[in-house]
Design a protein around this ligand. Structure first.
Ligand SMILES: NC(=O)c1ccc[n+]([C@@H]2O[C@H](COP(=O)([O-])OP(=O)(O)OC[C@H]3O[C@@H](n4cnc5c(N)ncnc54)[C@H](O)[C@@H]3O)[C@@H](O)[C@H]2O)c1
Length: 452
C-alpha cells in the first residue's frame, strides 16, 4: 500500500482535533507503532501538549502520551498544512457541538474538510471519527470536490469514510486498545483494506471489524448512544414511580438485570445523564428525524425525562427545607458528569448548583478531578467555594448532596460527616449507601427510587 507507510514501515496518520477523542486515539494509534501527527487550531493547547502537559484527565493518558512523544511517533502541531502533508489517512476528530436548534453543528468538521482540500497534493482517505449526522460523509466529499475545483486540482483523488468512535471517558484507553467493534463505513474496497491495516493491531483475537455503508455507520453511532440513554431514562422513570409506589428501585434493578435479555449494564438510576455525548447526540437524533418528517417519539421522551431527572435532587432539597434555601449552604460531592473524568459538560452538578444559587443558597464543592474545570467554568464567586477535600466541603453545611459516584465517596467516615454538617442530612443522587444503615447512623437520607 504505497503512500500509507513511512520509511520504517509504520503507517502514517493525521488526526484533526486533540480533544478527548483525537488525543486518546492519537496516543493509542502511536502506541501500536503508527506515526501520528495531531493537529489542532487551539495553539495554546498544542503548545502545552508539545511540552508534555495534558489538558484533560483520563486515567493512564499522561504516561501514554509522554512515552509516545519520546519515541517521536506522536507529534502535535497547529500547522494544518504540515498535518495534511504528513499522511494519506486524515482522521477528523473535532467537536460537533449542538447548534441552537439541537442539530449537530458541523462547522468544525467542514472547516477541516476545507483545510484538507486546500493543502492536499496527493490522494487522501478522509475518515470521520467525530459523531456526525447521516449524510455528513457525502457533505465532506462535496466540500472536497468544491475546493479541488477551485484549486484546479481535480486530478487529486480522495475517499471519505465513516469510522465512529465508541470510547467512554474514564475508561477510554482500554476502550481504544480493546474495542468491542470497529465500524468502517465505506463502500470502497481499497479504503476498507487500508483502514483494516490501520486497526489490525486492535483486531487480533477475533474479527471485530464491521463494514457497512457510510450512512449506516453514521446512524449506528447515534443509535448506540440513543439506546444507552434510553436505558438510563427508563430506569430513572421507574425510580420516580418506585418512590411513589413504595418500592425499592435497587431491588427492581437487581430483579430485571438478572434477565440476560436486559442485563445489568446501564440500568442504574441516578441524577440524569450528562457529558459531551448523550445529551447532544440525543438532541441531534431528534433533529435529524424532524428534518425528514419522522416523529422520533421514544428518543424525545428520553430527552425530556433526562431534563426532568436533573432537577429531582434540587426538588428533594427544596422540599426538605420547606422552600427555605436562602442563606443555606450545601456540600456537593462530585462535579464531573461521571467518575474518572474531569469533564463537566452537561453535568447534573451544574443544573443542581445553578438552581441552588438561584434559590439563594451557597455551595461548598469537592471533586477528585474536576476542580480546575469548575474554576474555569464558574470562576471565583461568593456562592461557590471549591474545597480541597471532601471533608472540607462538609464544614458547617446544612446538608450533603452526592452528584457523582466517585469511588472516594463510597465509604466515608459517617461520624466525620455527621459532626461536620449542621444537620445529618444526605441527598444521594447515585444510591451509594444502604438506607437502613444510614437510618441507623442517624441520618435523614434521600436517594433515588427508594423511600426517604
Ligand atoms: N468525548 C467522548 O467521550 C466522545 C466519544 C465518542 C465520540 N465523540 C465525538 O467525537 C468528537 C470530538 O469529541 P471530543 O469530546 O474529543 O471534543 P473536544 O471538544 O474535547 O475536542 C475537539 C477539539 O477539536 C479542535 N478543533 C476544532 N476545530 C478544529 C479544526 N478546524 N482543526 C483542528 N482542530 C479543531 C478543538 O480545538 C478541540 O481541541 C465529537 O463529535 C464527539 O461527539 C466523543
Amino acid at each position: 500500500m504505497p503512500g500509507f507507510f513511512d520509511g520504517t514501515n509504520c503507517m502514517r496518520v493525521t488526526v484533526f482535533g486533540v480533544g478527548y477523542v483525537g488525543l486518546i486515539q492519537g496516543a493509542v494509534l502511536a502506541d501500536v507503532g503508527h506515526h501520528v501527527m495531531c493537529v489542532d487550531v487551539d495553539a495554546a493547547k498544542v503548545q502545552s501538549l508539545q511540552q508534555g502537559r495534558i489538558p484533560i484527565y483520563e486515567p493512564g493518558l499522561e504516561a501514554l502520551v509522554r512515552q509516545n512523544q519520546t519515541t517521536g511517533r506522536l507529534e502535535f502541531t497547529a500547522d494544518a498544512a504540515a498535518g495534511v502533508q504528513h499522511a494519506s489517512i486524515q482522521i477528523i476528530a473535532v467537536g460537533t457541538p449542538p447548534a441552537e436548534d439541537g442539530a449537530a453543528d458541523l462547522q468544525h468538521v467542514m472547516a477541516v474538510a476545507e483545510t484538507i482540500g486546500q493543502h492536499m497534493d496527493s490522494a487522501k482517505i478522509v475518515v470521520t471519527k467525530s459523531t456526525v449526522p447521516v449524510g455528513t460523509a457525502d457533505g465532506i466529499a462535496a466540500r472536497l470536490t468544491d475546493v479541488l475545483e477551485r484549486r484546479n486540482r481535480t486530478d487529486l483523488t480522495f475517499d471519505v469514510a465513516s469510522n465512529p468512535e465508541f470510547l467512554k471517558e474514564g475508561s477510554a484507553l482500554a476502550d481504544c486498545m480493546r474495542p468491542d467493534r470497529i465500524i468502517l463505513g465505506t463502500g470502497n474496497r481499497k479504503t476498507e483494506e487500508v483502514l483494516r491495516e490501520l486497526y489490525a493491531p486492535f483486531n487480533r483475537n477475533h474479527d471485530i471489524v464491521i463494514v457497512m455503508d457510510a450512512r449506516s455507520a453514521e446512524l449506528t453511532k447515534y443509535a448506540a448512544n440513543g439506546m444507552l440513554a434510553t436505558k438510563i431514562s427508563f430506569m430513572n422513570e421507574m425510580a420516580g414511580l418506585a418512590e411513589l409506589l413504595g418500592a425499592d428501585i435497587e431491588m427492581v434493578r437487581h430483579g430485571i438485570g438478572s434477565d440476560p435479555r436486559i442485563g445489568y449494564q446501564f440500568i442504574y438510576p441516578g441524577a440524569g445523564y450528562g457529558g459531551s455525548c448523550f445529551p447532544k447526540d440525543v438532541r441531534a437524533l431528534i433533529r435529524s428525524a424532524d428534518e425528514v418528517g419522522f416523529d422520533a417519539e421514544i428518543i424525545k421522551a428520553v430527552e425530556s425525562r433526562n431534563r426532568r431527572q436533573k432537577t429531582t435532587l434540587f426538588a428533594k432539597i427544596q422540599k426538605h427545607f420547606a422552600g427555605q434555601l436562602h442563606g443555606r449552604t450545601l456540600a456537593v460531592w462530585g462535579l464531573s458528569f461521571k467518575p474518572n473524568t474531569d469533564d463537566m459538560r452537561e453535568a447534573p452538578s451544574r443544573v443542581l448548583m445553578e438552581a441552588l444559587w438561584a434559590a439563594g443558597a451557597r455551595v461548598q464543592a469537592f471533586d477528585p478531578q474536576a476542580m480546575p474545570e469548575a474554576r474555569r467554568i464558574y470562576g471565583e464567586r461568593p456562592e461557590l467555594m471549591l474545597c480541597e477535600s471532601k471533608e472540607a466541603a462538609l464544614a458547617g453545611a446544612d446538608a450533603l448532596v452526592i452528584v457523582t459516584e466517585w469511588s472516594a465517596f463510597r465509604a466515608p467516615d459517617f461520624d466525620v460527616v455527621r459532626q461536620a454538617l449542621k444537620q445529618p442530612v444526605i441527598f444521594d443522587g447515585r444510591n451509594m449507601y444502604e438506607p437502613a444503615r444510614m437510618r441507623a447512623s442517624g441520618f435523614t437520607y434521600y436517594s433515588v427510587g427508594r423511600r426517604a
